[in-house]
Ligand binder design. Structure first.
Ligand SMILES: Nc1ncnc2c1ncn2[C@@H]1O[C@H](COP(=O)(O)OP(=O)(O)O)[C@@H](O)[C@H]1O
Ligand SMILES: [Mg+2]
Length: 303
């Protein structure tokens, strides 16, 4: 069966910057698909080409096997990374304003319910918290009752509680069998919400697939963390440890052997933690740098 969306050999430059560098992937109907990567990876450019906001330099996007047409555009709802709102309108007034752009729109009480806007419906846009504002923007994206939702970094900058709240709303929307294309630089978000992901960096795809399958493919064992100060000298391990936030992170293939080696070396294990690897660890493995470092601009490259 034809996938809902097929992205083939997409390339997009901004002047000399190659924002998207020959990427291909598919999005199947009804899935939550995640585009992951640090700032500057090319996520927004990719989805804005998919949304027909930008034209690609080369490559193509196919919708159910055919070139994107008007029908596709009618199926799409977009939550942009940045959106200017009329600050002195209430949430309800804003939803009404946007609903007038469409000949047919989803009943507003359904939007209010699914996006959890009830408590803030009469509040001015300027008085919304970050999480509330993002839920409202999601509501706007859903007004035309689209089958395909593009969400560009919907939880960036939200505190952990607000992010989790937003995830819950997305989970409810997923139950309506909509196809969601989400960009994020939070690996845990992609792991939680997405059935399939593409990991991007510098315009290229580093890996793609189901989060669980990717973790199985790349990691046999666990991730061992030790305070850096407890480890003196080299370790004879079957992997290269990565330094992160004062800890040495060892992605080991054989957890038993690695712990035995640490004991043999006389390294104190009081500060040890052993965890299942997550997509953050996979990003470290693929790029050699942690996403946090890239996010905070300490990753050593000029983005
Ligand atoms: N309008 C633009 N003009 C020039 N360069 C741009 C523009 N938009 C994005 N870029 C550059 O393209 C690259 C990819 O950006 P973007 O797609 O926004 O990445 P992401 O969404 O992953 O942070 C970056 O190097 C960015 O600086
Ligand atoms: Mg972006």
């Amino acid at each position: 069966m034809e996938p809902l969306l097929k992205v083939r050999n997409l390339v997009k430059h901004y002047g000399k910057v190659k924002a998207v560098d020959d990427i291909s992937f598919i999005v199947r109907e009804g899935m939550c698909f995640g585009l992951l990567g640090p700032n500057g990876a090319g996520k927004t450019t990719t989805i804005e080409v998919m949304e027909s906001i930008h034209k690609a330099d080369s490559g193509e996007i196919l919708y159910k096997g055919k070139k994107i047409d008007r029908k596709f555009k009618e199926q799409v709802g977009i939550q942009f990374q940045n959106t200017a709102l009329q600050e002195f309108l209430t949430v309800r007034e804003t939803l009404v304003l946007f609903s007038r752009l469409y000949t047919r729109h989803r009943p507003l009480d359904e939007i209010i319910k699914i996006c959890s806007l009830d408590e803030i419906i009469n509040r001015d846009n300027q008085k919304l918290s970050g999480g509330q504002r993002q839920r409202m923007l999601l509501g706007i994206a859903m007004i035309s009752d689209p089958q395909i939702l593009f969400l560009d970094e919907p939880t960036t900058g939200l505190d952990p509680q607000a992010r989790r709240y937003f995830w819950k709303v997305i989970e409810d929307i997923k139950k309506e069998n909509k196809t969601i294309i989400l960009t994020t630089h939070y690996m845990d978000e992609a792991e939680y919400l997405c059935e399939e992901i593409v990991i991007m960096d510098r315009g290229k795809i580093l890996e793609s697939g189901e989060p669980k399958a990717l973790l199985q493919k790349h990691f046999g064992g666990a991730v061992i963390s030790l305070p850096e100060k407890d480890v003196n000298g080299g370790l004879d391990l079957d992997c290269t440890p990565v330094h992160k936030d004062g800890y040495l992170k060892i992605q080991c293939h054989d957890t038993d052997r690695t712990i035995q080696e640490l004991i043999r070396k006389g390294i104190p294990l009081n500060g040890i933690s052993v965890e299942k690897p997550n997509l953050d660890d996979l990003f470290i493995k693929l790029t050699g740098s942690s996403l946090d470092a890239v996010r905070n601009g300490t990753g050593g490259d000029d983005r």
